[in-house]
Design a protein around this ligand. Structure first.
Ligand code: SF4
Length: 278
C-alpha cells in the first residue's frame, strides 16, 4: 500500500492577503558602488551589522573631538598671521570657534538625553532631521578608519529611527511610499509586497539612489519607508530625510552585498501601520 502523501506545507504568512502593485522594477545584478571594494568573501556576522546605540554615541563623540581638534589646530597655525593683519579678527575667530565647539557638545548632550529619556528634547529640524544627519555621515567617515563602518552606520540609523518614530506622524494611505532595493530575496520581496498590499501603499524598486530621488520628486509622497543596506541608507537619509520624513530599515546580507537580502518584516509592518494609522 503506498505511503500517504505528507500534508501540504501551509503558505507563508507574509505572502498571504492582498499584494501591492509594483510600480517599477529593474533587475540589475551589479554591486552597488558602495560595495566596490568588496573582496568576495562572506561578510562578517553573516552580513548582520547590528550594533548597540552606544556604538554610534562613542564614535559620534570621537568625531566631535576630532573636528574640534582639527579646528583648533588650523587656528593655531593661522592666528599669529591673522593677528599681524588685524588683532580683533584673530580674537573673534578664536571666540567663534570656541562657541561653536561648546554649542556642538551641548547639542550632542541633548541628543544623548533625548535618546536615553524616551522624549525628544529638540524639534526634528534640530535633531534627527537636522544636525544629526551631518554628524552621522561624519561619524561614518571616522568609523571607516577603524574598520567599523557598517556597525557604526547601523547604530546611527537605529538612533535616527528611534527618534523619528517617536514623532508619531501619520499620513494618508496614498501619501506613503515604500522604497526597496533590487537586492531583496524572493521571500523578503513577497513579504514587503504583502504588507504594502494590506495597507494600500505603493512600492518602488529603486536600483540606484538617483532613481529613488526621482520617484520621490515625481510622486511627491509625504513620508517614505526606505529599505537598504547601511551604506546605501546613509546616502539616502542624507539626501532625503532633511526634506521628507523617512524611516530607514536596514537589511541582513547573508549572501554578501547586493543579493538575497533579508529584512525584518515585523518592523516594516509596524512602521507602515504607524504612518497610515489615520
Ligand atoms: S541596498 Fe542592496 S543593492 Fe543597494 S548597495 Fe546595498 S546591498 Fe547593494
Amino acid at each position: 500500500m503506498p505511503a500517504p502523501a505528507p500534508p501540504a506545507a501551509p503558505p507563508a504568512p507574509a505572502a498571504s492577503g492582498p499584494r501591492a502593485h509594483l510600480i517599477h522594477i529593474e533587475t540589475d545584478r551589479r554591486l552597488g558602488h558602495e560595495w566596490d571594494e568588496w573582496n568576495g568573501l562572506p561578510l562578517p556576522g553573516g552580513g548582520d551589522f547590528s550594533a548597540p546605540p552606544g556604538t554610534f554615541f562613542r564614535y559620534g563623540a570621537l568625531t566631535l573631538a576630532l573636528a574640534a581638534g582639527a579646528g583648533w589646530g588650523a587656528l593655531y597655525l593661522l592666528l599669529p598671521r591673522l593677528a599681524q593683519v588685524w588683532g580683533p579678527l584673530a580674537t573673534g575667530l578664536e571666540m567663534a570657534w570656541g562657541a561653536t565647539v561648546a554649542a556642538a557638545w551641548l547639542w550632542f548632550g541633548a541628543l544623548g538625553l533625548s535618546f536615553a529619556s524616551g522624549k525628544n528634547l529638540l524639534p526634528e529640524r534640530w535633531l534627527e532631521r537636522g544636525p544629526f544627519l551631518h554628524l552621522m555621515n561624519l561619524t561614518s567617515l571616522v568609523a571607516r578608519a577603524f574598520g567599523r563602518r557598517d556597525w557604526v552606520e547601523h547604530a546611527a540609523i537605529d538612533v535616527y529611527n528611534t527618534l523619528a518614530v517617536r514623532r508619531g506622524r501619520t499620513v494618508g494611505r496614498g501619501e506613503l511610499l515604500v522604497l526597496i532595493p533590487r537586492c531583496l530575496s524572493k521571500l523578503a520581496l513577497d513579504g514587503v509586497l504583502s504588507i504594502a498590499g494590506r495597507y494600500d501603499v505603493p512600492v518602488f524598486v529603486a536600483t540606484r539612489g538617483q532613481l529613488a530621488r526621482r520617484v520621490i520628486r515625481e510622486r511627491r509622497p509625504r513620508a517614505v519607508v526606505a529599505v537598504a543596506c547601511e551604506r546605501d541608507m546613509m546616502t539616502g537619509l542624507r539626501d532625503v530625510a532633511g526634506k521628507l520624513p523617512v524611516l530607514g530599515l536596514t537589511m541582513r546580507l547573508p549572501n554578501g552585498p547586493c543579493r538575497d537580502a533579508m529584512l525584518d518584516l515585523e518592523t516594516m509592518e509596524r512602521w507602515v501601520q504607524g504612518w497610515v494609522r489615520a
